[in-house]
Design a protein around this ligand. Sequence first.
Ligand SMILES: *[C@@H]1O[C@H](CO)[C@@H](O)[C@H](O)[C@H]1NC(C)=O
Ligand SMILES: *[C@@H]1O[C@H](CO)[C@@H](O)[C@H](O)[C@H]1NC(C)=O
Ligand SMILES: *[C@@H]1O[C@H](CO)[C@@H](O)[C@H](O)[C@H]1NC(C)=O
Ligand SMILES: *[C@@H]1O[C@H](CO)[C@@H](O)[C@H](O)[C@H]1NC(C)=O
Length: 502
Amino acid sequence: MHQALLIPEVLLEIFSHVTEEPPESSTGVTTGVVSLSQKSLAALATICKAFYEPAMDLLWSEINISESLLGCVTRLHPLIYRGGGLWNWAVGVRPLSVDEAHQFLRHSARIRSLIMLSNRLLHLFSDIPVMLYDFPRLMSLTISTRYLNFLLSHTLHRHHLATVDEDIQPIVTRFAALERLRIFTPDTINAVDSTADALFRISDVVRLCKQLVTLSCPLFDWAAWTHISNLSTLTRVDVGDTLTDATPPSPLERDITNFSPFSNVTALSFLLHGAAYAITVMQRSQFPSLKEFRLDVRVLSSPEAEQLFRALSKCKACETLEKILVYSLRHEHNDPQTNSLSVIPYLLCFTQLRTLDLACYDLCINLDDVILLEAMSAWPHMRNLEIEDSRFDYSPITFRGIFTMLRLCPQLDTLNISIDTTTVDIDPDVEPAQHTSLRILRLNTPGHQIPNAEALAHIIFSCLPRINRVDGYVESKWDEVNMHLKSLKDAALHATGAASNT
Ligand SMILES: *[C@@H]1O[C@H](CO)[C@@H](O)[C@H](O)[C@H]1NC(C)=O
Ligand SMILES: *[C@@H]1O[C@H](CO)[C@@H](O)[C@H](O)[C@H]1NC(C)=O
Ligand SMILES: *[C@@H]1O[C@H](CO)[C@@H](O)[C@H](O)[C@H]1NC(C)=O
Ligand SMILES: *[C@@H]1O[C@H](CO)[C@@H](O)[C@H](O)[C@H]1NC(C)=O
């Protein structure tokens, strides 16, 4: 064997390519099927002593607590694999004994990334003393609140993990070193009690983490926010879950002080029922590095929208924010006629903005030609502009407005906006300048047919060379324009073909 292969770092580097799966097997592990890379690593581990450690380190570096893994417990193996493996094989099966747990977790020291989501398997772990869950190299944990409750209930006698006795020190240390934490609420939790309980546990756990880089989890309390706001390692925070029907229990102590600046956070997102929680966070924070902000809510009233966009504009991200995405659904309590807010003026300070996607179906954003022009003067780097105005029967934006605006944003790639098509108010003989970036044009057209489709197609053909068709919500409205556009393109193609043949 070549001497180079005796250096563990060299072997690790070589073996790490084994874990790059070919695309067709990218689904990885499923019940009873071991992925190709796992097989290869297992084979490498048996070749010689020198290969064993690095191959095993890689084989066990990412572990998803799942059926296939439990297959290595002798008692469970036949249950899992006999008869092709029934999905409910674990029902009524006795939990792992301490000996079995020793066997199952004997490689836990190699685990860097651990996934514990399968609630069907949870009871199998209920008899294992918590001391066995020792993962000294763990960096990334993806866990459901069920497993979390269960791990902590072994150890938690007091209210806060921060004030702990010695027997849970290993767990505290493990969380302190985590770089990636993802917590999921199982879909089946709907009682408010268990949500409140989860919030409490999650807040505790978040406060234990001292080196987080990314955090993705359901709601947590302000003390935990205060804690993470001072983590200089933190780059990404995704908060909320899909339980959008449950009104979140209020973790909101009234007198929250301002948070530390999230100095290194570049991406922040919320998935919530209402916007209040996100507004509170934004009002108390500075995000001097923020590049991406996303909010998904069910309901957004205009006073909430006002507070939200005001807070966003004041949070020190004016020079950095590149992407703003805000979505809300149509809600019976909010009538777009009265639920209206001129949002754009709050966003003019974001000079680096590249993507703005506002789809608030219950909020009227009051867009018109003048505001659009003002916005584009403020956002010279804009690439994707998608705005839903919720005035479904009327739009004050004109073709002239759009072509004037296009001159100010040479990098625009996607435009999705509503437009008044009753008049095509551009003079085809005084054509606007060419815009060579725009690739996707979706124009929502309230009400009317498009007059003068041929002239419009001609303008699009000569000024927007990358647009092959215009899309709309009601596609048929653009049929005539698209038909003319297609014949212009075909004719041009034919002409170049003919020219190159001569
Ligand atoms: C973990 O394994 C289960 C069962 O094999 C699978 O359904 C799930 O998608 C895996 N989770 C992740 C995050 O890889
Ligand atoms: C923030 O963290 C630093 C160390 O990283 C610490 O000295 C400081 O006290 C913390 N501030 C707050 C408000 O917790
Ligand atoms: C900030 O984030 C970057 C990655 O985006 C990372 O390389 C850097 O180390 C982080 N800063 C601190 C102080 O952790
Ligand atoms: C943009 O267009 C697509 C399809 O035409 C639509 O589904 C989407 O909601 C539009 N609006 C925004 C703001 O993204």
